[in-house]
Ligand binder design. Structure first.
Ligand SMILES: NC(=O)c1ccc[n+]([C@@H]2O[C@H](COP(=O)([O-])OP(=O)(O)OC[C@H]3O[C@@H](n4cnc5c(N)ncnc54)[C@H](O)[C@@H]3O)[C@@H](O)[C@H]2O)c1
Length: 318
């Protein structure tokens, strides 16, 4: 690996991955992002950004010219750019498909044409839908939302490009990611912290007993890096990545409340509202396969990660 492309590198996971790569490797990094959600200021605020190892290209993954320009000269692709919302995908399934399916095909085509050594796709637990817990790679997908379908299609195309073109691909199914640089995120940890800082009541959809497997950005970045560099015997791999711990939203609220109360921040009681359509009730991950194949091990426990994320919000969110 010498130069890598990070699509969606101005977004939440993308900026954390660029940060991780700058700190833990000597790689040069190209970033392709259309700035529909991410911001170039997010990228520029990363420590070591000004050392000249990052090249930013503003462009859309639906446009083949933008994609070709970005892929040129790279050996590996981390494909993170996506429409990431469940509700927007229910409201605009075509737009979701154009970005997440057509955009991914554009990247895979360019990967083949440019001799890319490995293509890593950011997928999600969303393809699986409601399953018996814990989820693993053997479960039969039953997506509950168009977003789940488009992520599943991305995995399918990775498998197909490996079989049809010999392109080496890894689809990583992320559980719920949290951490710094989540200014704009509507995911539950970022939302609770922002609501509390703004003096609002944290909103809980449904009864709050629904569960998630929360993984810190440092661990996701580590898993992405391992997926790019470890030797793998198969041309296509599908791997779940999480922590293996199940946490309810009510428990999460209490953890955040404890940490923020100790910092003398007033934490309002939560407001319970109607559950949202298309959302999975229980979700946590069996990480045996990624442990075996990549030697991945989650390092940041939730309490430590929450404390660090809250401190980041208190300093950088306004
Ligand atoms: N955050 C999570 O908890 C989570 C969980 C599972 C999977 N994922 C996956 O991880 C990836 C990154 O998610 P994130 O949370 O960082 O989201 P994000 O919205 O913060 O980042 C996505 C980035 O992609 C860019 N983008 C969107 N459409 C684009 C297009 N057409 N062309 C070029 N760039 C485009 C956006 O501007 C943004 O910077 C996504 O593929 C997402 O599906 C995230």
């Amino acid at each position: 690996m010498s130069k890598v492309l990070v699509t969606g590198g101005c977004g939440f996971v993308g900026t954390n991955l660029v940060d991780y790569l700058l700190k833990n490797s000597g790689l040069e990094i190209k970033v392709l992002d259309d700035l529909s959600v991410g911001r170039v200021e997010y990228l520029e605020s990363i420590e070591h950004f000004d050392e000249g190892r990052v090249e930013f290209i503003q462009g859309d993954i639906r446009e083949t010219d933008d994609v070709s320009r970005a892929v040129k000269g790279c050996s590996h692709i981390f494909h993170l750019a996506a429409q990431t919302g469940v509700i927007p995908s229910v409201e605009s399934p075509l737009k979701d498909a154009e970005i997440n399916i057509i955009g991914t095909i554009n990247l895979l085509e360019a990967a083949v044409n440019n001799g890319i050594k490995r293509f890593i796709l950011a997928s999600s637990a969303a393809p699986l839908g409601e399953q018996e817990m814990p989820i693993d790679e053997e479960k039969v997908p039953e997506p509950l939302s168009p977003y789940g379908v488009s992520k599943l299609a991305g995995e399918g195309y990775c498998s197909a490009y490996s079989a049809s073109h010999g392109l080496k691909t890894v689809a990583l199914r992320f559980s719920n990611v949290y951490g710094p640089n989540s200014w704009h995120k509507g995911s539950v940890i970022a939302k609770f912290i922002k609501q509390i800082i703004d003096g609002e009541r944290p909103v809980i959809y449904g009864d709050g007993d629904q569960t998630r497997d929360f993984i810190h950005t440092e661990d996701i970045s580590n898993a992405l890096y391992l997926a790019a560099e470890k030797e793998l015997s198969k041309d296509f791999e599908l791997l779940q990545v999480g922590t293996g711990d199940e946490k309810s939203i009510n428990e999460l609220y209490n953890d955040i409340k404890n940490i923020m109360s100790k910092k003398d921040i007033d934490v309002p009681e939560p407001e319970y509202v109607k559950e949202r359509p298309g959302e999975i009730y229980r979700n946590y991950t069996d990480i045996s396969k990624i442990r075996d194949l990549l030697g991945y091990e989650p390092r940041i426990d939730l309490e430590e990660g929450l404390e660090q994320t809250i401190d980041w919000f208190l300093e950088d969110y306004n």
